[in-house]
Design a protein around this ligand. Structure first.
Ligand code: NAI
Length: 330
């Protein structure tokens, strides 16, 4: 299928070319994101392949259809950046990669916890400057702590199992309970109880109207003083300015984020010689107890392979007129 691939990085090109073996699909790689300013690039393409920060609102989808595009192939699991109603009305098929490496994201959430707690990032820099002091590197035992998991789907379930392995008391909230986790020893509870009892809270639910700013002033006030909050899901689950207020007061003891509400203008770009215009991220970057990674939870070899293979297979299914099991329907 003739496909315009947006927001392309070197690793996308590498893995897509590697698995598009018989050149079954005609892929054109654009570094630009897909949005209202770049949609004109899609004239003559049958499909677009997009990532988390491409913006497929109604205006873009209407233009895509005018340009001949019939398929939106997301090379990610989340689809909060696509107006599904508009896609349906305009007859555009949306496919995604529902699960490429849930282990990768669950393991990254644990990496954020361990780094924030044991301050290995600071130790690394100290040692490079021959500073072998342990002052201010004190952490806490993760063993025996209560970990609250919000969303126990593919990623949240694996994360919960890892934390059980650490000897934690794992409690969870999800609109659908997992019997497997209950049998493994996870206790499901309501959100307020989870907020009140957890030493560490990790977010693994999707961004939906119901979960937008799930973490806000009200919910933070229900948490333990000094709680650790981890978000590898979607930035807008957290009200950033409320989180900054709670960090300043000490209510939030640690914040580890792989996703950020306004990440679209920042993440996946080298802005080291630019003036950052986003004051919230600039403020977050000043806290000693905040760790930010730029949406790299998924970023393992295994995940990149799975993303490109599944996306190419989704395009093949649609080209052949077969039913695609990864279609996103509303
Ligand atoms: P999933 O669909 O397997 O699981 C999501 C879970 O959230 C389900 O169990 C669902 O019942 C639950 N849920 C839905 N609405 C809820 C609500 N209102 N309150 C509580 N729970 C609710 O999704 P998966 O694969 O586990 O991914 C989770 C999120 O991780 C995705 O939505 C995506 O935003 C994010 N993600 C982040 C990546 C990264 O690189 N940082 C990579 C891949 C996904």
């Amino acid at each position: 299928m003739k496909t315009a691939v947006f927001s392309t990085k070197s690793y996308d090109r590498h893995y897509f070319n590697k698995f598009n073996t018989s050149s079954e699909h005609e892929l054109t790689f654009f570094e630009a994101p897909l949005n209202v300013d770049t949609v004109n690039l899609t004239v003559g393409y049958e499909a677009v392949c997009v990532f988390v920060n491409d913006n497929l609102n109604n205006e873009v989808i209407v233009e895509l259809v005018k340009n001949g595009v019939k398929v939106i192939a997301l090379r990610c699991a989340g689809f909060n950046n696509v107006d599904l109603e508009s896609a349906k009305v305009n007859g555009v098929t949306v496919v995604r990669v529902p699960s490429y490496s849930p282990q990768a994201v669950a393991e990254h959430a644990v990496a954020l916890i361990l780094t924030l707690n044991r301050k290995t990032h600071k130790a690394y820099n100290r040692i490079r400057e021959s500073n072998f002091s342990l002052e201010r590197l004190t952490g806490f035992d993760i063993y025996g702590k209560t970990v609250g998991v919000i969303g126990t789907g593919h990623i949240g379930m694996l994360f919960a199992k890892i934390m059980l392995g650490f000897g934690c008391n794992v409690i969870a909230y999800d609109i659908n309970k997992s019997n497997e986790l209950v049998l493994a020893g996870v206790e499901y509870t309501d959100l307020d109880d989870l907020f009140g009892r957890s030493d560490i809270i990790s977010l693994h639910c999707p961004l939906l109207p119901q979960t937008f700013h799930l973490i806000n002033e009200d919910s933070i006030n229900k948490m333990k003083d000094g709680v650790m909050l981890i978000n590898t899901s979607r930035g807008a689950l957290i009200d950033t300015s409320n989180a900054i207020t709670a960090l300043k007061s000490g209510k939030l003891g640690y914040l580890g984020i792989d996703v950020y509400e306004q990440e679209e203008k920042l993440f996946f770009k080298d802005l080291s010689e630019k003036i950052i215009q986003d004051d919230d991220i600039s403020r977050l970057m000043t806290f000693p107890n905040v760790l930010i990674t730029a949406h790299q939870g998924f970023f393992t070899r295994e995940a990149l392979e799975e993303i490109s293979k599944t996306t190419l297979s989704n395009l093949s299914d649609l080209e052949k007129g077969d039913k695609c099991q990864n279609e996103v329907k509303i």
